[in-house]
Design a protein around this ligand. Structure first.
Ligand code: HEC
Ligand code: HEC
Ligand code: HEC
Ligand code: HEC
Length: 302
């Protein structure tokens, strides 16, 4: 290689380095802008800050309004191995004055958060969704890759079994009734209870094994509620139909052959409500998470 060639090679390398570093800077700047300015949470928190100021009638309220910051809020939950940022947008969940607000600012229903402090439990333990995400659709777990999209509201009580015995949830003095307001407690527990009853009366264990008993014509159901959406075959459903396990199960109960062509499973003849109750009960069949169950339970008491 002569000197001239060497120089062109050097300047080519320089040009190449320049292009690469500009591209890197562009990526970093775009990410920073997106994180800090062009996002959904900042305008929401700004609006919430105005609502707080409007509602500040006493000194306490005024102090809360002054202290409120337009920034990301993150709960780090080591026992659950999770990070939750839901409260960034759902800023009013623990403020009883927000009962008249629209989502995402509205007060949380029931006593769930009084019993399970969001700083220790976060939100996704009960709701599923993507705790880290800061855009609404992604946080609600609608991204195609996400295993556990946010549960439909009436199915949220199917998560309680992660930490509490199924049996303890039911009845008028059961955990669901204790944790929810009187308005929804009974119906939420009733849905699960109805599903549990139907599994017995419809003789599902003729074909399915549950807790060590039953047939093997269909797959085992003991922990079917732990399965991710990627473990179900959505290919026979329409492109516009939700990719959610609850949706799959309900459609499958109403018409197994539509969802799983050639299936030997009979459809549920008791109607859509029965299919819904069976779906809720299936979702509740989860392994107990022993580490999650002790999260913060006895902290701060010693
Ligand atoms: C970027 C802001 C934002 C984040 C982050 C966010 N949400 Fe929401 N959420 C909203 C908005 C806006 C609504 C109301 C409109 C809608 O449903 O899209 C809402 C509605 C809801 C509802 C009402 C039911 C429904 O389906 O609309 C629930 C439950 C909920 N969010 C839970 C969560 C949970 C759990 C997380 C964290 C995993 C979360 N949200 C994170 C903005 C957010
Ligand atoms: C211990 C379980 C649990 C935790 C933790 C929890 N929730 Fe909920 N949440 C529920 C249940 C159950 C319901 C439905 C109850 C009802 O309607 O009575 C609900 C209802 C809601 C609703 C109203 C949904 C609608 O369609 O009206 C919103 C919004 C919501 N939760 C957001 C959150 C956010 C944000 C967090 C975290 C700060 C959170 N939840 C933490 C159990 C929980
Ligand atoms: C991540 C685990 C976890 C999940 C999920 C969870 N809980 Fe809990 N719950 C706890 C822990 C821990 C305690 C505190 C237990 C203790 O120390 O007494 C508790 C306490 C309670 C209590 C008070 C019990 C009492 O003795 O008075 C009720 C009621 C309750 N939970 C209801 C629910 C309901 C309903 C759901 C579902 C919507 C739910 N929990 C979901 C972990 C969980
Ligand atoms: C005659 C046998 C038969 C009966 C009775 C039956 N099933 Fe099934 N079930 C199957 C077969 C076979 C499959 C697998 C093919 C498919 O997806 O339909 C299946 C699949 C399922 C699945 C999907 C599980 C997974 O992991 O993919 C669920 C959930 C289910 N059945 C629940 C029930 C419940 C609850 C009942 C009672 C109401 C019931 N089945 C009654 C045969 C049966």
């Amino acid at each position: 290689m002569n000197e001239g060639e060497l120089q062109t090679t050097e300047s080519r390398i320089e040009l190449w380095l320049f292009v690469v570093s500009m591209a890197t800077i562009a990526v970093i700047v775009t990410a920073a802008l997106r994180e800090n300015f062009f996002n959904e949470w900042r305008p929401l928190r700004t609006r919430y800050s105005d609502i707080l100021a409007e509602k500040a009638t006493d000194e306490l309220g005024k102090a809360a309004a002054r202290q409120f910051e337009v920034r990301l809020v993150q709960n780090y939950l080591p026992a659950l191995n999770a990070v939750d940022r839901c409260a960034t947008c759902h800023a009013g969940v623990q403020d009883p004055r927000m009962a008249d607000q629209e989502q995402p600012f509205k007060t949380h229903p029931g006593r769930y958060l009084e019993i399970h402090d969001p700083e220790k439990f976060g939100c996704t333990v009960c709701h599923d969704g993507q705790g880290r995400a800061t855009e609404t659709e992604e946080a609600h777990g609608r991204a195609p890759f996400w295993d556990y999209p946010m549960l439909e509201t009436r199915y949220v009580v199917t998560s309680c079994t992660k930490c509490h015995e199924g049996q303890s949830l039911f009845g008028s003095d059961g955990f669901i009734a204790k944790a929810s307001g009187p308005e929804t407690g009974e119906s939420a527990a009733a849905l699960l209870d109805q599903g549990r009853g139907l599994v017995t009366t419809l003789g599902c264990i003729a074909c399915h094994t549950m807790n060590g008993k039953g047939g093997i014509i269909g797959p085992e159901l003991s922990f079917v509620g732990n399965k991710t959406k990627h473990e179900f075959d959505f290919s026979h459903l329409g492109a516009e139909e939700p990719r959610e396990v609850g949706y799959w199960l309900k459609q499958h109960f109403m018409n197994p052959q539509r969802v799983s062509p050639g299936s030997k499973m009979p459809p549920v003849k008791q109607g859509e409500d029965a299919a819904d109750a069976l779906t809720a009960y299936m979702l509740s069949l989860q392994r107990k998470e022993s580490s999650a169950c002790s999260c913060g339970a006895h902290e701060g008491q010693s």
